[in-house]
Design a protein around this ligand. Structure first.
Ligand code: NDP
Length: 448
């Protein structure tokens, strides 16, 4: 049994009920095999992998709050502080009924490598609650956030753990959480990111994930000797990531012909008109089907995903598991030669197998979410820097730093893949490149 297999077997025996976490750990550990076997003695002698797969600590707490009917409610709150070898824990808070310890461990584990890839000093963490903000009044959400922070504030701080938003935690929730942190601790410090611009938020944070996705896509395409200009792109989603991916792709001369929401997708052969999408989504939180009322030459497909539309490049920017094996085969059959992931985990395991086959057969390009959507957390880290300096950088300053970070991620990922004998395999490259820095820091800091 190899060292990687031994560590995974130990993990399975210790946490048999954590299926999401086990799956993520297995995928990452398997892809680390080339670097681990090259340094096996050193890693074994310091139990490096055994330490890497266990969180430094997990905090679990109850969150009591009172609903609008005056009835007490109790939710569960968590913070998984996974790895602080390269910086304070950093990762989002998710409020969703599906939240449990296994899912947060899976997300926190992935976050370690994503954060490391940004080159910025941020460790990995994740947290949240099984609270569902959907259908709750603003007052209920505020009372919940205040109760959640009353406990969480004991464990976080600008130099220890800096949470951000995630599913169910947007600007409103970050505002309430920040207000309560400040009230209890008396500290006006950058303890959360994704804050409003009037209280320490960063310019270009809104655009960061979508822009970053296109910056790295541009590098991937150039690395294969091609040009983004004139290429046809299929985008899914029409939320934050999708909107700004479309904007940047158009600025770089590509044409995005689709976008979608959970009801269906729009196909505009002349290129998606972003002002119309902004008007629908940011203006009145409408449905994407309204697009065809304003652009009659476009078509709307109810209940369908956009993966059958012929394209050069696909940028999934909606949700997890939105591309399955069959969707991937359809994309590739219709001429798609590159997928870069804006959403988290949009391609399921079968889809990734299809990309892998196509990579071996004809050089198909696939950049996984861990690297491709790291622009969001990178600008969150830049928000931390601005808060520490008590300065606000200009939009262009942040945007240029973001572009440099994404170029650097591409370079690290492709170099790591090549160095360890997997040239062009960006899944292996992203895991190894993210792992390298964390492993070096963990080794240097001794058995902690
Ligand atoms: P938004 O909520 O702004 O947008 C999500 C979009 O995806 C909406 O258009 C939504 O449609 C659509 N969508 C949601 N569920 C489904 C579904 N089951 N089928 C089809 N479409 C669906 O989220 P973001 O744009 O911020 O995030 C998108 C993805 O990117 C997520 O996976 C997120 O985790 C990831 N991500 C986001 C970052 C960020 O900075 N925002 C950073 C890193 C990753 P509808 O309106 O109908 O729900």
């Amino acid at each position: 049994m190899s060292y990687v297999e031994e560590v995974y077997a130990g993990l399975e025996a210790k946490h048999p009920n954590e299926s999401e976490f086990l799956e993520a750990a297995k995928r990452v550990l398997d892809s680390l095999e080339p670097i681990v076997s090259a340094h096996e003695e050193k890693y074994r002698s310091t139990a490096l992998l055994e330490r890497l797969v266990e969180p430094e600590r997990i905090i679990t707490f109850r969150v009591p709050w009172v609903d609008d009917q005056g009835k007490p409610q109790v939710n569960l709150g968590y913070r998984v502080q996974f790895n602080s070898a390269i910086g304070p824990y950093k990762g989002g808070l998710r409020f969703h009924p599906s939240v449990n310890q296994s899912i947060l461990k899976f997300l926190g584990f992935e976050q370690i490598f994503k954060n490391s890839l940004t080159g910025l000093p941020i460790g990995g963490g994740k947290g949240g609650s099984d609270f569902d903000p959907k259908g709750k009044s603003d007052a209920e959400v505020m009372r919940f956030c205040q109760s959640f922070m009353t406990e969480l504030c004991k464990y976080i701080g600008k130099d220890t753990d800096v949470p951000a938003g995630d599913i169910g935690v947007g600007g409103r929730e970050i505002g309430y959480l920040y207000g309560q942190y400040k009230r209890i601790t008396g500290l006006y410090e950058g303890v959360l990111t994704g804050k409003g611009l009037t209280f320490g938020g960063s310019l270009a944070r809104t655009e960061a994930t979508g822009y970053g996705l296109v910056y790295i896509t541009n590098e991937v395409v150039k690395g294969a000797g091609r040009d983004l200009k004139g290429k046809t792109i299929v985008v899914s989603g029409s939320g934050n990531v999708a909107q700004y991916a479309i904007q940047k792709a158009e600025q770089l001369g590509a044409k995005c012909v689709t976008c979608s929401d959970s009801n269906g997708y729009v196909y505009d052969p002349d290129g998606i008109k972003l002002d119309v999408v902004f008007d629908i989504k940011q203006g009145h939180r409408g449905r994407i089907r309204e697009y065809v009322e304003k652009v009659p030459t476009a078509q709307y497909f109810e209940g369908q995903k956009p993966w059958s539309v012929p394209c050069d490049i696909a940028l999934p920017c909606a949700t997890q598991n939105e591309i399955n094996g069959e969707d991937a085969r359809t994309l590739i059959k219709n001429g798609c030669w590159c997928v870069c992931e804006g959403a988290n985990m949009p391609s399921d395991a079968d889809a990734i197998d299809e990309y892998e086959k196509a990579r071996e057969e004809k050089g198909f390009l696939f950049m996984p979410a861990k690297a491709a959507n790291a622009g969001g957390v990178a600008v969150s880290a830049l928000e931390m820097s601005q808060n520490s300096e008590r300065l606000s950088w200009s939009f262009d300053e942040v945007d240029h730093k973001l572009e440099d970070i994404m170029k650097d991620i591409y370079s690290k990922v492709s170099t790591a893949a090549k160095t360890y004998g997997h040239e062009g395999d960006f899944v292996v490259g992203a895991n190894i490149a993210g792992f390298q820095k964390v492993a070096e820091a963990m080794s240097a800091q001794g058995l902690v």
